[in-house]
Design a protein around this ligand. Structure first.
Ligand code: SF4
Length: 119
């Protein structure tokens, strides 16, 4: 048995998942989306990883970025640690790919940093 708070909508239903070899039962959900959320959280929880990447020669020292898609929980910390070691050259535009394969995941800028003029 495992319990979750559904984050799909602001109602925040308290979900409970009971599972055995033959079936997975969800209770506490007020709608079908809650059931889908609970089963995904129970079987393969994923998260988007957001990080700040160092910028060389920019008007700001860091640019915000995130994984292109949600990743499994086991990858979150290793990805965040590795992303913290990346440096990108300015200019950076929102949507630019900063890394094509960091632990197999694409890291994409979510903001822009212009090139500094007086460096
Ligand atoms: S179960 Fe449905 S109604 Fe309840 S929080 Fe989740 S999405 Fe909202």
């Amino acid at each position: 048995m495992k319990e979750f708070v559904c984050i799909v909508c602001p109602r925040g239903c308290k979900l409970r998942v009971d599972s055995d070899l033959y079936e997975t039962a969800v209770s506490g959900n007020a709608c079908a989306r809650g059931r889908e959320y609970a089963i995904a959280e129970y079987t393969n929880p994923t998260r988007s990883v957001t990080v700040n990447i160092r910028v060389r020669g920019g008007t700001r020292r860091v640019v915000s970025a995130k994984t292109e898609r949600p990743v499994s929980l086991a990858k979150v910390l290793p990805l965040a640690r590795l992303a913290g070691k990346l440096t990108v050259d300015a200019p950076v535009k929102a949507g630019d790919v900063i890394s094509n394969s960091l632990l197999g995941e694409k890291i994409v800028a979510t903001s822009s940093v212009a090139k500094a003029e007086n460096l």
